[in-house]
Design a protein. Structure first.
Length: 279
């Protein structure tokens, strides 16, 4: 699987414990990098990153992860494991969209949708799902079209809108599925009051092959209302956080000779300049 784009979860010093927990829950899993600041792991071949950034941000259900299960026993196991010491937002039950579905937030704050379905419908075990609520409500369709224009190769698999007779949500996105550089994403609008919104608690990392690609993503995603931040971080015009980084940033930071110098240079940057990291 292409993991050039992958999620990063912000933790308050417990990224390693979270990674170990997830690798204990999912059978096809492993920790692939472990440093005091950054931990990486794979679940079903998909890369996740944990950042020990302190107590500033927390993940919330504005970005959740949909798990497709074909067997009832797997659904039951995942629901029990991920809800233990966490919070059940929708109990495991039959709903209009699935004969077995549950929505939980685990003890580390990550939100999971566990659903019975066919793997062939998505061809991906775990799918990041964006929920547009509050000031972002009604913007899911525009966001899907925007992201698939920015990221190449990309495509829109489908967008299902609420019907005209479905109340205040009419015309907004009930469900959408799209692909960014080989990875499936989903997005929907959430009508009503929600006590969360997109924040830096969950961001998407874009690993770039060169400075030209960094410049392209940075300049595009910060335009038209996006916001620059530090160390390669930005928010796009929909409020979703991204990290635009060189693919070899881990090697640069861990270099025994120049790693400390590269780190000091990184801390002074907004958009990452590879030449200054390697100077």
């Amino acid at each position: 699987m292409n993991n050039n784009i992958h999620p990063c979860i912000w933790y308050d010093g417990n990224a390693k414990q979270a990674a170990e927990f997830y690798c204990g829950v999912f059978s096809d899993s492993k920790i692939t990098a472990d440093t005091p600041m950054v931990v990486k792991w794979e679940l079903a071949g998909q890369t996740f990153m944990g950042l020990n950034g302190g107590p500033i941000f927390k993940a919330n259900p504005s970005i959740s992860f949909l798990i497709i299960c074909e067997a009832d026993d797997e659904i039951e196991m995942l629901y029990r494991a991920l809800s233990e010491d966490g919070m059940v937002m929708m109990p495991l039950d039959k709903y209009d969209w699935s004969e077995r579905y549950g929505f939980v937030q685990d003890k580390f704050g990550l939100a999971w949708q566990i659903m019975k379905g066919k793997y062939s419908d998505v061809n991906q075990k775990i799918t990041p799902t964006l929920l547009f609520v509050g000031n972002s409500f009604g913007k899911a369709e525009a966001a899907v079209k925007y992201y698939t224009e920015v990221v190449k190769p990309s495509s829109v698999d489908g967008i299902l809108l609420y019907a005209d007779n479905e109340g205040p949500a009419a015309g907004s996105v009930k469900h959408s599925q799209f692909i960014l550089d080989g990875k499936v994403f989903m997005a929907m609008d959430g009508y009503g009051e929600h006590k969360f919104a997109f924040n830096e608690g969950i961001s998407f990392v874009v690993e770039c092959k060169d400075q030209e690609e960094i410049d392209y993503y940075w300049n595009t995603l910060t335009s038209d209302g996006g916001q620059e931040s530090m160390c390669g971080w930005l928010k796009d015009k929909f409020g979703v956080s991204w990290q635009i980084i060189p693919k070899n940033i881990g090697t640069l930071m861990m270099d025994p000779v120049n790693g400390q110098k590269a780190m000091q240079a990184l801390m002074q940057m907004k958009k990452i300049d590879i030449a200054k990291l390697t100077a």
